[in-house]
Design a protein around this ligand. Structure first.
Ligand SMILES: *Cc1c(COP(=O)(O)O)cnc(C)c1O
Length: 425
């Protein structure tokens, strides 16, 4: 038995499913989850000493690669001064200034400890600000595990939410309306059906939790227009895209300005951090200035702030990183498309910037319904092939291939060769 297998057996006895987040399980692809001993750059090494090219990057945070020396040093130095104070620390002010500088739509920002918390808080602010209860989300978009967001369309576009998860009261889900990604009509339909009741539209500007589905031209500007007309807030959930597509995230990349933005993942550089922010007037709803309560014992934690700041400083000062990484993503997708074409397999290559996806379906993927036509059995086989070749992609069809600044041309070549080998059988 491998050490990973032994650890998994132990973990299963005391952790539900042996994992602390379901996405880490290999349930969808078969096999035993790897336990990771350490990581460096674009490589992770498991407890059995197998090293893989890593295309997960802790699900996004490790934009500069694992164990970046400056990030590591900043965290270590901060830790030496104390792990938590429960009072303000200099790094919090610096972090807030940096976020407001990098993302112009953000005038005030509050730190939290995860993307889930950021979304949950932003929704509360939107409801407090507008005095309305309903929220529109898109089928297939993930916004963390807070009750009201664990909803997809139960019975078509125009219906109210039906919870996806046991334990979510109907009451929590009833104010969640679901629309179809890349379909403005489905959004308009909901505003027509519930006039004056919708507080906000929340969207992943590039959907990266149903595989990667990019916004069609006009979709994001259309959402902006509808929200403005309907006096509802537009919330960009940039937990994945923030500081990834560019220094100002998807909103800068596509030139659309949301009212509120949620951050996570990259902002903490691997430490547990989330943040939400936006227009001053809206964010002034938050306690202790305003009447929307939101708090956190460990929020703005000095070690987490130091790590996040170190990564963001590097990104702010070196915009070339984005050009290089996004160009690498374009190149990767172009070569992957060529392989798909030449081998004649039924696959779609999607993505933007450093986010890519290989869908095992013959239909171009523009929304969740189509994403779900993917052959997950075939994906599982592909996953196991890749793992055997020392390449660690996410153990699910419906996740992104995350590039980092630490990936090298040679890594991508090796990866493309392994994919081609798989397709040629
Ligand atoms: C990961 C993710 C979240 C949740 O963040 P956690 O830190 O896991 O709570 C929310 N929204 C999006 C778009 C995400 O990808």
């Amino acid at each position: 038995m491998s050490v990973s297998e032994q650890l998994f057996e132990r973990a299963k006895k005391v952790i539900p499913g042996g994992v602390n987040s379901p996405v880490r399980a290999f349930q969808a692809v078969g096999g035993n989850p790897r336990f990771i001993a350490q990581a460096e750059g674009a490589r992770i090494t498991d407890v059995d000493g197998n090293t893989y090219i890593d295309y997960i990057g802790s699900w996004g945070p490790m934009l500069l690669g694992h164990n970046h020396p400056a990030v590591l040093e900043a965290a270590v130095q901060a830790a030496k001064k104390g792990l938590s104070f429960g009072a303000g620390c200099p790094a919090e002010a610096e972090m807030a200034e940096l976020v407001c500088r990098m993302v112009p739509s953000v005038e005030l920002v509050r730190m939290v400890n995860s993307g889930t918390e950021a979304v949950m808080s932003a929704l509360r602010v939107a409801r407090g600000y507008t005095g309305r209860d309903k929220i529109i989300k898109f089928e297939g978009c993930y916004h963390g595990h807070c009750d009201s967001m664990l909803v997809k369309a139960g019975s078509g576009v125009m219906t109210s939410g039906v919870p996806d998860s046991a334990g979510v009261p109907e009451g929590c889900a009833k104010d969640t309306l679901t629309a179809v990604y890349n379909d403005l009509e489905s959004v308009k339909g909901l505003f027509d059906k519930f006039p004056g009741e919708i507080a906000a539209v929340i969207v992943e500007p590039v959907a990266a939790n149903m595989g990667v589905v990019t916004p069609e031209e006009g979709f994001l500007p259309g959402l902006r227009r509808i929200c403005t007309e309907e006096k509802a807030l537009l919330i960009f959930d940039e937990v994945i895209t923030g500081f990834r597509l560019g220094p100002d995230g998807a909103q800068g990349y596509y030139g659309v300005k949301p009212d509120l933005t949620t951050f996570g993942k990259i902002i903490g550089a691997g430490m547990p951090v989330g943040a939400y922010g936006g227009r001053r007037e809206v964010m002034e709803m938050v306690a202790p200035v305003g009447s929307v309560y939101q708090a956190g014992t460990l929020s703005g934690n000095p070690v987490a702030m130091a790590a996040g700041l170190a990564q963001l400083h590097i990104l702010e000062e070196n915009p070339d990183i984005y050009r290089q990484m996004n160009a690498m993503g374009d190149d990767f997708r172009a070569k992957l498309r060529k392989i798909v074409e030449e081998t004649g397999v039924s696959c779609q290559v999607t993505g933007e910037g450093s986010l890519s996806c290989l869908f095992f379906t013959k239909e171009p993927v523009v929304n969740y319904r189509i994403a779900k036509t993917s052959d997950t059995e075939a994906f599982g086989k592909y996953f196991r092939h890749m793992l055997g070749r020392g390449i660690y992609v996410a153990p699910s069809q419906f996740e992104a291939i995350f590039l980092s600044a630490a990936h090298k041309e040679a890594d991508l070549e090796r990866t493309l060769e392994a994919i081609e080998e798989y397709f040629r059988g």
